[in-house]
Design a protein around this ligand. Structure first.
Ligand code: ACO
Length: 334
């Protein structure tokens, strides 16, 4: 009897823009302070992409993928599916996944598509990748979370711009070896569209194509109801983590690492305390990068591996939450 294929994370990589913008830098242009931002969000600085090129979402994804390929010991043409999670694609058409394919020099005509699920996009991508691998439809799937939020944020809106930054994380998934215990044990995705106005950008699509009037009134940026997002985020992150662990029949105390979406240190602390989990086993890097939407989890995960915190064989949970209101949790043996 042949056993069910298991999915392994073969390699990871990341890229963050060179330019660092600290809270003190923001004090110079906004009515805000390092003290307010640090206390309310845990963020000290964020990275901002160059607008003249070289650090657009697909550029960052190219660098991150090259590192992930090296860590996985694979060739670029081994990739047979690219899932590019983003709310800030290089351009509306074509998809960033296809642009990345050419930037990487992949010549095997692998399938490419973008995935729009806001901050949960990367976890949605992992769930899809797991299905493709377990059903044998793909051998090596590249999942990207890459964002250049600095282009869609209103830098005059102090309640939102202080939160966000630019970054990219890349992960390559494939089959586990016969003697290898690595596997994605369970996933749980959900969404609640009734909260869609909590975090949106309604201008620039089919309903309201972008006009000069929108730009003049600065209506074309993201809007967020911070307090509403805060309340739903903590409830949902904790609930989904419990649900995914139940699906995999794993107790919270047997989890080695929790990698939550990095939106606000207070959201992370509240979630961890609801779950009665150990904060020292929670990966947190929000102070360096702020909220980079779909990129927060793959970047935090990659850094934790590089710092020798997360090790092979350990049980890890990712839990994400974002606009839409999408959410997703995943538990796996790394
Ligand atoms: N600097 C100084 N003062 C500020 C700033 C700022 N940057 N921003 C807002 N304020 C002021 C407000 O104007 C308000 O002043 P008032 O009392 O005179 O009216 C006061 O600070 C309190 O504002 P609140 O919005 O009530 O502050 P709160 O404690 O709720 O913190 C924050 C705001 C940080 C946005 C918080 O609500 C939050 O983090 N929410 C979650 C946001 C989030 O993470 N969203 C994304 C999650 S999903 C995803 O990543 C897509």
């Amino acid at each position: 009897m042949t056993s069910m294929p298991r999915t392994k994370i073969l390699g990871t990589g990341m890229y963050v823009p060179k330019k660092i913008v600290t809270n003190f830098d923001l004090e110079k242009t906004l009515d805000t302070s390092d003290e307010w931002i640090t206390e309310r969000t845990g963020i000290k600085e964020r990275r901002i992409s160059s607008t003249t090129g070289g650090e657009f979402p697909t550029d960052m994804a190219k660098y991150a993928t090259e590192e992930a390929l090296k860590n996985a010991g694979l060739d670029r043409n081994d990739i047979d599916l690219i899932l590019f999670a983003t709310v800030t694609p290089d351009m509306p058409l074509p998809c960033s996944a296809s642009i990345l394919q050419t930037k990487l020099g992949i010549t095997n005509h692998c399938a490419c598509f973008d995935l729009s699920a806001a901050c949960s996009g990367f976890v949605y991508g992992l769930d899809l990748a797991d299905s493709y691998i377990k059903t044998g439809k793909a051998e090596h799937v590249l999942v990207i979370g890459s964002e250049m939020l600095s282009t869609v944020v209103n830098w005059k809106d102090r309640s939102v711009c202080i939160l966000l930054g630019d970054a990219c994380g890349a992960t390559i998934l494939g089959r586990s070896g016969d003697t290898d215990e690595s596997d994605i044990l369970a996933t749980h995705l959900s969404a609640d569209g009734t909260g869609k106005e909590y975090f949106d950008n309604p201008i620039g699509g089919a309903v309201a194509p972008l006009t000069v009037e929108h730009i003049a009134k600065r209506e074309h940026f993201m809007h967020m109801k911070g307090r509403d997002m805060f309340k739903v985020a903590t409830r949902t992150l904790a609930k989904n983590t419990r649900t995914v662990l139940k699906k995999a029949d794993i107790q919270m105390e047997n989890v080695d690492w929790l990698v939550p979406h990095q939106a606000n240190i207070r959201i992370i602390n509240t979630t961890v305390s609801i779950l009665k989990f150990d904060i020292n086993k929670t990966v947190i890097n929000i102070e360096k990068y702020g909220n980079t939407s779909s990129a927060t989890i793959p970047v935090a995960f990659h850094e934790a591996i590089m710092e020798n915190k997360i090790k092979r064989g350990q049980t890890v949970v990712f839990s994400a939450f974002g606009a839409g209101l999408t959410s997703g949790s995943i538990v796996f043996k790394y």
